[in-house]
Design a protein around this ligand. Sequence first.
Ligand SMILES: [Zn+2]
Length: 308
Amino acid sequence: MPETAYFYDPAYNYGRGLPLKRVHGFVLDKARRVRDALVGVHGVAKSVFVSPAEPTPEELQAVHAPSHLDGLRSSKALAKAAELSVLAALPGPLARRAILTPQLRATGGTIAALRHAAAGGWAFNLAGGYHHARPALAHGFCLIADVAVALAAVDVSGPVVVIDLDTHHGDGNAVALRGAANVLTASLHERDAFPFPKPPSDIDHELPSGVDDAAYLEAVDRLVAEISERVTPTVIVYVAGTDILAGDPLGSQRVTAAGVLERDRRIGRWARELRAGLVLLPAGGYSEASPGVVAAGIAALADMARAS
Ligand SMILES: [Zn+2]
């Protein structure tokens, strides 16, 4: 039975100190809403959530150039990277607290989650999966390449698969992890959605817009089958974006909440069959329904871990 671990801190939430709840569709307190749904709907004890430390400068510099990290100190650069123009008018410390601190703290959570998974456990980080961040580029709301930072910081004995089922291509991980020993990146994404261009992952499967549950789940199975022909992972890092949900403002798929739950269960069954450690990162998901759907997936995986 894999041990489960949950990572969360109030600092994961965006916009702290700002009188804003949403900015152009961006749910700022998504991590808190996931936590509240886990506790309120799924009966998870408040005491299980572990607050991670921020990564050290050395851990960040293992992936990111100092110039990238320095650039994130300016409110203008943060505004551009996060596509939140309102940030540009703020003093640097306020902008950093609103958007950079959450991603730094959640990157600490991804490191802690990977450490747990490297020991065979299943770990749920309530934010993270900033899969567009590259070593020298912040874009698509993603400032820190948390998965690459974690993989540089944690020794995993055996192959790691980063399977990215966010509706957007994981270009940041593709670039940051290119050539990384024992890491395979795989992405299933919308062909006609951000980013353009899409630098190749080890395996890329594209979907047209408007796919339903059946077509989507079939595509997930195909991707897992192709990964399985290449590698037997010790750890699966699951970038579990929920922007495939019908109605997501930044996605065009027609997957239902039940379809997302089934997707999460399939990844769980795959990890269980392989006795692999698992890291779940929520990544994108911008609809009001997203936090509840993330929580339902985590709860299902936790049940699966308990039952195995
Ligand atoms: Zn996305």
